[in-house]
Design a protein around this ligand. Sequence first.
Ligand SMILES: [Zn+2]
Length: 243
Amino acid sequence: MNKYVIVALLVLIISGLVLALPPQAKEKDKGPLEKITFIHYKKSNAKPPWAGGGNDSAATCYGFLAKGAKWKATENFLINPTNSQGISSSLIVNSTNAGIEAWDSESLFNIFGNPSIDSLASYNNGSLDEKNTLSFGTISDSGAIAVTNVWGYFSGPPKTRELVEWDMLLDQTDFQWGNADADPAKMDLQNIITHELGHSAGLGDLYTSGCAEETMYGYSTEGETKKRTLESGDIAGLAELYN
Ligand SMILES: [Zn+2]
């Protein structure tokens, strides 16, 4: 081998090493995989302990699970329509699709993939199982309408942050669900699912009264439908994450 070939080979090897370094360094800086739980309550007499922080102010009306924590790949999800109230699968699926559309239509990135009906899909007792799910069950916490767990990398440099799974549980023991347009005594499926999907997308709850019209406002009640459509804070928060 002549010396020019050797030099060329050395340059190739060294540049290969340099190119390989940044991902390793990035991986090392990544924070731990963590779970954040959001419980959506009916009553507004007490501020939940996790309220506050972030950008939760009347000026912006949006907050994040963690700044920069978003989906980097689109994932499909499972809907288990099994419920004790005789609610049709089609109402559940249509309500979910409308909620998905509300968020995805404001994002340049396709946050939510396609739903599949799966009668085995579950909240998995709040544990990670690499499946994004929506299902009905019982939340022991009194006044809790719904709970959504979101897993991700929330600490470490913002560029390394990422969401990896969500599971939503709707309480069928304490609340009667349906379409509030047809029956205002019902907890509106589309209304609550749209709010919970906001957590799945990376947004936090709002508890300031100045943000009460936002989809991400932290309380709801029977008959409410205003969370079906996004408000300016919801859209601004989503845009800051994805657009
Ligand atoms: Zn919430």
